[in-house]
Design a protein around this ligand. Structure first.
Ligand code: LAG
Ligand code: CA
Length: 482
């Protein structure tokens, strides 16, 4: 469950938060496939409660009404067609799976598929679920439970959402059936929402009943789905990430917190020389890593002091470090603009999501940020793919915030967060030649639109990275020589 099964030569997953299935299919063909992306996390595809009383917030999708595949992102047939088109473009799909709970607290009670439920009687006819499928007696998770009481974290309600009992055979069958439909359609894996709130022994039973990935969609025979479990563990809680790593991969929230402190805060970059488990991060093969996610970019979930697209210079620095460094399985966030942390995606007056538009510089319009299209981010995907499987070597730092490292004869990066220019001749691990910096520009014919870096026969190069340069990074690799 720890292998994402990306197509050969690819890496990195992007969360296309609240995108519509038809738009994702086109994005696979037009952008993600050609730029070497490995996969996409999609928003929850199953029917959710429609919450007009809060102007259709993004979080209504975390309130399941049924497992029918009708949402603002599209219907089942559109979902299946997206999976097929993305797999054909070499890009895998991972489903955000909300199986800890069902909706159940609002006066509104109609879902995106037109189904309804009787919350007071725990009756969800479109699944179907009834009273015996939930944890009993009803209790609500209190802030203090996280430090004392693992059983309350697992058996009480998260945000007042009706808490399913994954220990019962009927609930297991409904969840397994729901997830296996996706595998049959050709998805490569799942994000398990709120995994901390479910018992590892129940999750193990569910995972073990999942089909192998569908060979008709290009997966090898016997391949298991990639599963990354959302467990927020910054230390000191009754539930620990170590209870989940024996099952499958786990989201590492320390990763983005520490890189945000380094690139956006006061922690010096030189300390990153031993980045990885020595920083308290998970073992490499257990770890799904990211700078921000849909929750903490708007102070939900773990929240607090995380770099996002709103601070583009340090954010691009942190992402370049994440993608250049071999540690962890990286995920990017692709956002919509918001002023209010509850606001949903760009929509019309009927609540329909408005598709992104695309500008001539490849950026998005209509309210979509599309971090995955930013040159400095998209071109680092190719860096990571070219450097795959190589070692981490030639670390250099100036004793404060200027650092550089190399990737086994394939790529080299340097960063400058100091308030003075970086001007140094550094040892790289690359063969002699002229390389195009993939951060400041791109290669057009035999020319670089950005900086060119020349490596001599001794592998050394003069690196200059001004304190006031537009970006704090330069990155070169074997795939972009001039
Ligand atoms: C998650 N991970 O464990 C998601 O990443 C996170 O986005 C989900 O919360 C949460 N678990 C439940 O799936 C989001 C919002 C909450 C929202 C919840 C349900 O962060 O704010 O709760 O989705 O929509 C909202 C209200 C609550 C209310 C609740 C139930 O904020 O005040 O009690 O709805 O009606
Ligand atoms: Ca639970």
């Amino acid at each position: 469950y720890k292998n994402p099964h990306y197509a050969p030569g690819r890496s990195t997953m992007v969360h296309l938060f609240e995108w519509k299935w038809n738009d994702i299919a086109a994005e696979c063909e037009n952008w993600l496939g050609p730029h070497g992306y490995g996969g996409i996390q999609v928003s929850p595809p199953n029917e959710n409660l429609v919450i007009w009383s809060k102007r259709r917030p993004w979080w209504e999708r975390y309130q399941p009404m049924s497992y029918q595949l009708t949402t603002r992102s599209g219907n089942e047939q559109q979902f299946a067609s997206m999976v097929r088109r993305c797999n054909n473009a070499g890009v895998r799909i991972y489903v955000d799976t909300v199986i800890n709970h069902m909706t159940g607290t609002w006066s509104e009670n109609v879902g995106t598929g037109g189904n309804s439920a009787d919350f007071n009687n725990f009756h969800y006819p479109a699944v179907p679920y009834g009273r015996n499928d939930f944890n009993w007696p009803e209790c609500k998770i209190q802030e203090s439970d996280y430090r004392c009481c693992a059983n309350r974290v697992r058996n009480c309600q998260l945000s007042n959402l009706k808490d399913l009992n994954q220990g019962t055979e009927h609930v297991r069958q409904m969840i397994v059936g729901f997830m296996n439909r996706f595998i049959h359609m050709g998805v490569a894996g799942f994000r398990i929402d709120a995994a901390k709130h479910m018992w590892p022994r129940d999750l193990r039973v569910i995972y073990n009943r999942l089909y192998n990935l569908n060979t008709a969609h290009g997966f090898p025979a016997g391949a298991r789905p990639y599963i990354f479990q959302e467990v927020i563990d910054l230390g000191g809680e009754a539930v620990s990430r170590d209870e989940y790593t024996p099952l499958a991969a786990v989201t590492d929230f320390k990763f983005g917190m520490e890189l945000s402190r380094a690139f956006g805060g006061g922690n010096q970059l030189r300390y990153l020389h031993n980045w990885g488990p020595q920083w308290g991060l998970l073992a490499h093969s257990d770890s799904l890593v990211f700078i921000d996610n849909h929750d903490n970019q708007r102070s939900h979930g773990a929240g607090g002091n995380i770099l996002t697209h709103r601070e583009p210079r340090p954010y691009k620095g942190a992402i370049a470090f994440m993608l250049a460094h071999p540690y962890g399985e990286p995920q990017l966030m692709s956002s919509f603009f918001f002023h209010n942390t509850e606001a949903g995606p760009p929509m019309d007056n009927s609540g329909n999501i408005i598709s992104p538009s695309f500008n001539t510089d490849n950026s998005c319009g209509n309210g979509w940020v599309c971090e995955h299209r930013w040159r400095q981010i998209a071109q680092m995907i190719q860096f990571r793919n070219v450097a795959a499987g190589t070692t981490f070597n030639n670390w250099w730092d100036n004793g404060s915030n200027q650092i550089a490292f190399c990737r086994g004869g394939q790529g080299f990066v340097a960063f400058n967060k100091d308030s003075w220019d970086l001007n140094a001749t550094l040892q790289t691990c690359l063969p002699a030649g002229r390389y195009c910096d993939v951060i400041s520009g791109f290669k057009r014919g035999n020319c670089c639109t950005g900086k060119t870096i020349t490596i001599g026969n001794d592998g050394r190069a003069h690196i200059s990275l001004g304190a006031n340069d537009y970006d704090m990074v330069i990155a070169i690799h074997r795939g972009e020589q001039s």
